[in-house]
Structure formats: structure tokens, C-alpha cells
Design a protein around this ligand. Structure first.
Ligand SMILES: [Zn+2]
Length: 421
């Protein structure tokens, strides 16, 4: 494999850092025949880690495959992604998890860790073989897309989480309160636009229930895509009480607001929905003060047919991997709320530590596997959805002028994306 010497970069703390990649690992000196990469003005950060990615394979290959989704991830600076379980078939067995992991290895763009479903077939009635899958190495379980509504079942899942040291990641939505057609933020634009409202309380109600079930069982709860001020308050309360809960913000909920729905473009339909300015402010404050632990993309590719039929019919979800860092830079760094070390924490170190995966979220020290990203902290560009490496085109940032930071991504010492190529 090619050896590299990266010259002139700085670390997240601003320190000059010369990086030598030799046989896939960081080394003290350059290796034989090393290719020199001039990196003046660039920052070298550990590869980003996303614990919330929809890769759509098996079952929905018209929208994305493991190969296309992870190519997209590499372009976004990621070196590891966790693949959500809502494929067809659902990832609800050891064999199906192994199959997704194998697709990831075959693609070779990033580490791919399968997420197991909490319930068989996402049916919400019978638990998946969580202990067995945990023993086989599955670290996160989620019915994402659907909330586990049955409190007794959720208690059992969290008990298994405690017993097997795995994470239960909940899509927090009371499906009765926010009915099947809920598609826009009720507190801001839904009524005016004639779109069925998604009430804020449907999210925080479930988080409040689940943190108490986590306290009851000692289980590890992760709250996916938190979007409201009330949810942030509930998580803050739970953490102050010592409950084992972590929480996630998505790039789109940090940057985009419900006003975008005025265009009546179903690209902006996502679940939970884009919220208003006050919720966005609470989310950013929560990420800055550590109440929200990490950024998860909820990258959700959809083929064009899935986005047709208006707001009631279109499937929810938007692309996220390629503009994730751009959103965090725009909302958190360029506003002075976070520095680069904070960015590394919420997009690499914390997701890697939380899931205890090897060789990710490192400190770019000699001897480590070379999972890293070179970024240009000041470069900006207008997003063009046609340039995406995703098979899908539901990119909510299309046409927006945003940071365009990713210069090169190295996964296990291999160059998996380069702007210069
Ligand atoms: Zn979800």
C-alpha cells in the first residue's frame, strides 16, 4: 500500500503536526517511497464517526447501497459509520448483521458497523435476540424510524442493554400523539402550510419515559435526533440525576429551520421535522454545553419516487453525510460556540468511545491506525446535489453557500477521498 507524508498541517489545537502514514499506521518517520502531500493551511483531524446512517442495503438499493453510502461518508470525512437496521430484511439476527458488515468490508470505504433492531422486523412486539447479537459484536440496537411504544418492552430492552453493555438508541416519537401523517413542526409552520402537525411534546414525552426506564434498569439509552428545547431540558435533567443517557443532534436540525417548508419541497420532509428558531437555539446550546453528546447524521437517502405524493405521502429523510461537518462548522464554529477540539469530540471521539470501537476517534499519535481527515477550515462553496456520491438526490443543502471543508480522507491508511484527485 502507498505510504504518505503529510506536510504543513495543524492539529485541532493549532499545533503543527507532521504525519507519516506507513503501512496504514501513523509513524514517526516517512516510509519507503512516501507520496508527499502538501497540507499548508489544513487541519488534520481524526476520522469522523457516525452512529446514525441509513445505508439502505439490503432492500432499498435504488436509494443507496453500502458502497455508495460509504463513498459518500468518505467524502464527508468519515472513517466509520453505523448502519441503521431498517433495511429489508431488517437487521434483526446475527446472520443479517454479519451480512451488512461483510458488505461494508467489501466496499472498503469506511468501517461499517451494523445496528441491530430492538424488535423483530421493527414490529414493536417481540424483542430481537439482543444478547446473542451483542455477543456477536453488535453495539447499538435501534428501531429507528419507529419508536418502541410499549413501555414494558422498552424496559426489557434496556435491561438487556444493562446486562450486555450495549446501547438502546431510541427514535423518540409518541406515534399516537404525532399521528401517521405528522409531517411538519406544529409549533411553527404546520397549520399555516396545511401540513399535518408534529407536536413537540411527542418527542420529549418519550425521552422522559425512556430516561426513567434507563434509571429503573441501569440500561444505556441513546436519544436519536433530539430536536426540541423541551427534549434538551429532559436530557439535561436526566444527566444531572446520573442516568446513563446520551443524546444526538443532526446536522440538518442544527442548521435548517421549518421556514424552508414554505417551498413545499418534500426534500425538507424529515422525521422528526425541522423546527423553529427557538428550538434550534436550544439544540445548539445543548451541543455546546455537552447536554447533547454528539452529532449523528441520520443520512437518509431516498430515490425520487419515495419523495413524491406531497407532504402526506413522501417518505421522510434527507442526505447528511457529505455536509455534516459543514453544518457543524457553520452553526457551531463560525458562531464561536465551539472550537475544533469540540468538533473532534462530538463528531469523532465521543461516538467512538461510546461504542467502544477500535482504531477510531484517536489522537493522531504514532502507532495508531491512520484514520484521519484533512480539512480546509475556511473554504466555502455552493452545494450542488448533482455532485453527491450518494445514489439519491434529496440533499436539503442544495444551492446553499456553506463551508466546503473536506480535502482528503484516509481510512486505515488508504486515501478514500481526495478533492485533488
Ligand atoms: Zn429516526
Amino acid at each position: 500500500m502507498t505510504n504518505y507524508s503529510i506536510k504543513g498541517a495543524r492539529s485541532a489545537s493549532g499545533t503543527p503536526i507532521d504525519l507519516h502514514i506507513v503501512d496504514g499506521r501513523l509513524a514517526a518517520q516517512s516510509g519507503a517511497g512516501a507520496e508527499v502531500i502538501e497540507a499548508d493551511g489544513l487541519l488534520a483531524l481524526p476520522g469522523l464517526v457516525d452512529i446514525h446512517t441509513h445505508l439502505r442495503e439490503p432492500g432499498f438499493e435504488a436509494s443507496e447501497t453500502v458502497a455508495s453510502g460509504t463513498a459518500c461518508a468518505a467524502r464527508g470525512g468519515f472513517t466509520a459509520v453505523f448502519a441503521m437496521a431498517n433495511t429489508n430484511p431488517v437487521t434483526d439476527s446475527v446472520e443479517r448483521a454479519a451480512y451488512v458488515a461483510e458488505l461494508g468490508r467489501a466496499a472498503g470505504n469506511t468501517d461499517v458497523f451494523p445496528i441491530g433492531s430492538i424488535t423483530i422486523g421493527l414490529g414493536g412486539e417481540q424483542l430481537s435476540p439482543i444478547a446473542e447479537m451483542a455477543a456477536a459484536g453488535v453495539r447499538i440496537f435501534s428501531d429507528d424510524g419507529k419508536c418502541v411504544m410499549n413501555s414494558a418492552l422498552m424496559r426489557q430492552a434496556l435491561q438487556l442493554s444493562a446486562d450486555n453493555n450495549v446501547i438502546i438508541a431510541q427514535h423518540s416519537q409518541d406515534h399516537v400523539l404525532a399521528g401517521p401523517d405528522a409531517a411538519a413542526d406544529e409549533r411553527t409552520v404546520a397549520a399555516e402550510l396545511g401540513i399535518t402537525g408534529w407536536p413537540w411534546a411527542a418527542e420529549s414525552i418519550m425521552i422522559a419515559r425512556d430516561v426513567q426506564l434507563a434509571e429503573l434498569t441501569g440500561g444505556r439509552l441513546h436519544s436519536c435526533h433530539v430536536t426540541t428545547a423541551e427534549s434538551v431540558d429532559v436530557v439535561r435533567w436526566a444527566k444531572a440525576r446520573g442516568i446513563r443517557v446520551t443524546a444526538e443532534a443532526t446536522p440538518h436540525h442544527l442548521l435548517l429551520d421549518s421556514e424552508l417548508l414554505r417551498a413545499k419541497d418534500t426534500t425538507f420532509k424529515v422525521n422528526p421535522p425541522l423546527r423553529g428558531a427557538e428550538d434550534i437555539e436550544a439544540l445548539r446550546a445543548g451541543l455546546a454545553d455537552g447536554t447533547i453528546d454528539l452529532v449523528g447524521t441520520d443520512h437518509a437517502p431516498h430515490d425520487p419516487a419515495s419523495k413524491q405524493g406531497g407532504f402526506a405521502q413522501a417518505k421522510p429523510g434527507m442526505l447528511g453525510l457529505e455536509q455534516a461537518l459543514a453544518s457543524v462548522i457553520e452553526t457551531m464554529v463560525n458562531t464561536g460556540r465551539m472550537d475544533w477540539a469540540d468538533v473532534v469530540r462530538v463528531m469523532s471521539t465521543t461516538p467512538a468511545r461510546l461504542t467502544d470501537i477500535p482504531d477510531q476517534g484517536g489522537m493522531l499519535r504514532v502507532g495508531e491506525v491512520a484514520n484521519l481527515v484533512l480539512i480546509d477550515p475556511t473554504r466555502r462553496a455552493v452545494v450542488d446535489r448533482e455532485k453527491s456520491l450518494s445514489k439519491a438526490r434529496n440533499n436539503p443543502y442544495h444551492g446553499m453557500e456553506l463551508p466546503d471543508p473536506i480535502e482528503m480522507t484516509f481510512y486505515s491508511g488508504r486515501l478514500t477521498y481526495s478533492r485533488r484527485a
